[in-house]
Design a protein around this ligand. Structure first.
Ligand SMILES: [Zn+2]
Length: 225
């Protein structure tokens, strides 16, 4: 399944029970960064438009940051003899190893220039446990450690989340799947996300899984404030 094959929803109106999740819009994930996502920079204006739309109606806006300590176990450099993008499956890590990226307090971990982070209701940092990665904004990769986001959103009465950002086949995907597991309706804003597609086929597999889980796909021009 490819992006062109995804069935898109029609117009949707934002209500008071909706939140926007902006996933990992950080320097290291842009072209020129440590773990670049192709065309990641092209979605900045569209994400700013979405942020404006949710901000105008005072809906919750959550920005996430991948936020790793030096020597994080998801980094190939932590494993002797391993290179970035080599396969490695371990508890809380994998399916591949990554270049060093989004190290806490570095330029690479900062939000991308021009992003309207000042309009975020919550900035949620994830991946700060050295031996566990966290692709999802809800659950770390051991699949048991919660980030607290589900409770935060539930406390605010949120029932549906709109998800955009980077990367479609990793952090957006796992966030979407977990949001559904926590009982939220989930809308992925397909034109405001870009994929890594490593290993090859990950876009196709993740789109298929999201479709099976009844996750809705939409383009940002169909979201009405
Ligand atoms: Zn990471």
């Amino acid at each position: 399944m490819q992006i062109e094959d995804v069935e898109l929803a029609g117009f949707v109106k934002i209500t008071s029970k909706d939140a926007l999740l902006v996933i990992d819009m950080q320097n290291d994930f842009l072209p020129g960064g440590a773990l670049p996502v192709a065309d990641g920079d092209q979605i900045i204006p569209g994400i700013n438009n979405l942020t404006d739309r949710f901000h105008q109606t005072e809906n919750p806006i959550v920005f996430t940051q991948d936020w790793h300590p030096i020597g994080h176990h998801s980094f190939a450099s932590t494993h002797p003899g391993k290179n970035p993008y080599d396969p490695l499956e371990a508890q809380g890590i994998g399916p591949v190893l990554w270049p060093d990226h989004c190290v806490q307090g570095t330029h690479g971990a900062n939000f991308v220039p021009g992003l309207q982070a000042a309009k975020a209701t919550l900035i949620l940092r994830k991946g700060f446990h050295k031996s566990i990665d966290s692709y999802s904004a809800f659950l770390e990769n051991d699949r048991t450690t919660e980030t607290g986001l589900a409770t935060f959103l539930q406390t605010l009465g949120i029932e549906r989340v709109f998800i955009c950002g980077l990367a479609l086949d990793y952090c957006v995907y796992f966030t979407a799947i977990d949001a559904k597991e926590f009982g939220f309706d989930v809308v992925v804003v397909l034109d405001q996300t870009k994929a890594v597609n490593t290993p090859e086929g990950s876009v196709s597999n993740t789109l298929k899984n999201m479709t099976e889980k009844k996750i809705i796909f939409i383009t940002s021009d169909k979201i009405l404030g």
